[in-house]
Each structure stands twice: as C-alpha cells, then as structure tokens.
Design a binder for this molecule. Structure first.
Ligand code: ZN
Length: 107
C-alpha cells in the first residue's frame, strides 16, 4: 500500500516511522519484526531520529516544538502501556513487537 497522503496524527506518524524498513522503505504489517520485502529486522530507533522523521511525515502538528511533543507522546505511552515501549535509554520501539507485557486494563 502506498504511503497515505492524508494528515497523520503524531502518534500515527511515530507508528509509521517505526514500521518503515530502513533498508528498502517498505512499511511492515502490524506486529511484524522483519520486513516482508527484504527480510531486514525492524529495529527500535533513537528518540531524536524517530521524532524528527515522524515530524517530517506529519506536517502541521500543533505546538511550537513538535519534536518535543512527539517525545512526550512516546514517554507517556511507555509509562501507560500504550503502543510505544522504551527498549533502552533514549530508544523506543513498538510494543506490538514485544508481546503483551504490562498491558493495563483501560477502565
Ligand atoms: Zn525492507
């Protein structure tokens, strides 16, 4: 599927960046740990790099410092059992690639 042209939210942009293969730029399926096109492993990313790329594909985000907003989104999500998980200091990955640890009931 080609990259959607409609506006992405910050969260969607972060997910998309983490699902994009760094070798061939194919976007992986939900939960995939390897690229279906070239077989490269999909890895966690440094916060700075991840946020910068997410801002690049989600123009028009609210706030004066969209990268800081993105970083905050990651941190909150990690803490609350959301879709992003911190795998090392300054490094995040999609929780879908790490099993269902620490999933908290929403209600
Ligand atoms: Zn690939």
């Amino acid at each position: 599927m080609p990259v959607a042209k409609k506006k992405l939210t910050g969260r969607q942009a972060l997910v998309q960046v983490l699902r994009t293969c760094t070798s061939c730029s194919a976007v992986a399926e939900e939960g995939a740990r390897k690229c279906a096109s070239c077989g490269a492993a999909l890895k966690p990313m440094k916060t700075k790099e991840l946020c910068a790329e997410a801002v690049a594909i989600a123009p028009g985000l609210k706030g004066k410092t969209p990268e800081a907003t993105m970083a905050a989104t990651l941190a909150v999500s990690n803490k609350r059992g959301g879709e992003f998980v911190r795998t090392a200091p300054g490094e995040y990955d999609l929780r879908e690639r790490h099993g269902r640890r620490r999933a908290r009931a929403a209600s």
